[in-house]
Design a protein. Structure first.
Length: 347
């Protein structure tokens, strides 16, 4: 079985401590649902932009936001499809596995979703490489990294998956586990293309499954995109003889810390003294209720018909779902009769 080689440095331990404190503050802040939906949406959009931009996608953050809302943007078909694919993975992260464990089938499916309609050869989607590839500088052609031979790929991926599902991996801090998985996946380089996006998607999935980012508030890819040369340099500087991941984990944990501190600052601003003084804490919503709130956040309002269509339920069942949110003071009615709709209630 795969066994990672690393050691805890003072820097790693200090950052893990800061991350834990910031995460606790974020997840226990008195946020109203509209803010939760907005934070989640913003993180997903920024992640889709950053992770695809690292690999050369030319869409701006604004264009990615427009695509996420179903608007048309002026860009190449491939650039748009790459972003839409990444959004698809992030928006459906809870459906990427059948439980807490990750399988080889799950991993191949993630790659298939991420590369759908973007590869020169469609048969390369969701399957291991059958041609040898190297990582090279696009401008000079210099070979930067030579991954393992094609025939070694399936065994190496299965060993990594076995480790991810082991008690040893699950006993680690989720950030450390995600960082190790990110590097090892990039090292194996199991696909013809899309390895970086899949590695970052895998790291995000691990953090979600471990309950670290269950609300999807954190955008981890911004940190790498801001200084792409550093990201690639730290990946490439891992000694291939010892595979000591300490320096890489120093960098990875620092990135998570920077990302979470940025969210913490936003949450502190959003969590007003008025909300704290009510001692109501957070409003617990069901997944269905959060989808209703997210719909309103995107469209400004929702109707009974919208809810019926969204969940394929009767008018009476839709009314009950709406009334639950009205009683929680999350939404309020606007208009009457046929023009009746509901909007978010703040204050």
């Amino acid at each position: 079985m795969f066994k990672p080689n690393f050691r805890y440095t003072d820097k790693i331990v200090n950052h893990l401590t800061q991350i834990a404190v910031a995460r606790d503050l974020i997840l226990n802040s008195p946020l109203v649902p509209k803010w939760e939906v907005a934070l989640r949406r913003e993180a997903i959009i920024r992640s889709a932009h950053s992770s695809t931009a690292i690999e050369g996608n030319r869409l701006s953050l604004e264009q990615v936001s427009d695509l996420a809302q179903g608007r048309e943007v002026m860009a190449t078909r491939k650039d748009k499809q790459e972003v839409l694919n990444y959004l698809n993975v992030l928006e459906n992260v809870e459906r990427l596995t059948d439980g807490k464990n990750i399988t080889e089938k799950n991993l191949l499916n993630i790659h298939k979703i991420l590369t759908q309609d973007t590869l020169e050869n469609p048969s390369d989607c969701g399957v291991y490489r059958n041609r040898y590839v190297v990582v090279a500088n696009r401008l000079t052609g210099e070979v930067i990294f030579r991954p393992p031979p094609n025939e070694d790929v399936p065994g190496l991926v299965r060993a990594l998956i076995e480790w991810l599902n082991s008690s040893e991996a699950k006993a680690l801090d989720p950030v450390i586990e995600a960082g190790i998985a990110h590097y090892e996946f990039v090292r194996i380089h199991p696909f013809i293309d899309g390895n970086g996006r899949t590695a970052r998607g895998l790291a995000t999935l691990i953090l979600y499954l471990q309950g670290f980012d269950a609300k999807q508030f954190f955008c981890l890819d911004d940190y790498y995109d801001l200084d792409r040369p550093s990201y690639y340099r730290v990946l490439q500087n891992v000694d291939q003889k010892t595979l000591d991941l300490t320096n890489w984990l120093d960098y990875f944990v620092d990135g998570v810390n920077v990302s979470i501190l940025a969210v913490k600052e936003r949450v502190i601003k959003l969590s007003s003294e008025r909300l704290r003084s009510t001692k109501r804490g957070q409003i617990a919503l069901t997944e269905r209720q959060m989808r209703i709130v997210e719909f309103i956040n995107l469209h400004a309002k929702i109707t009974n018909k919208d809810v019926r269509t969204m969940f394929k339920i009767t008018s009476q069942a839709a009314y009950k779902e709406i009334m639950k949110l009205v009683k929680l003071d999350v939404i309020e009615p606007v208009g009457k009769g046929r023009s009746l709709s509901y909007q978010l209630k703040i204050g």
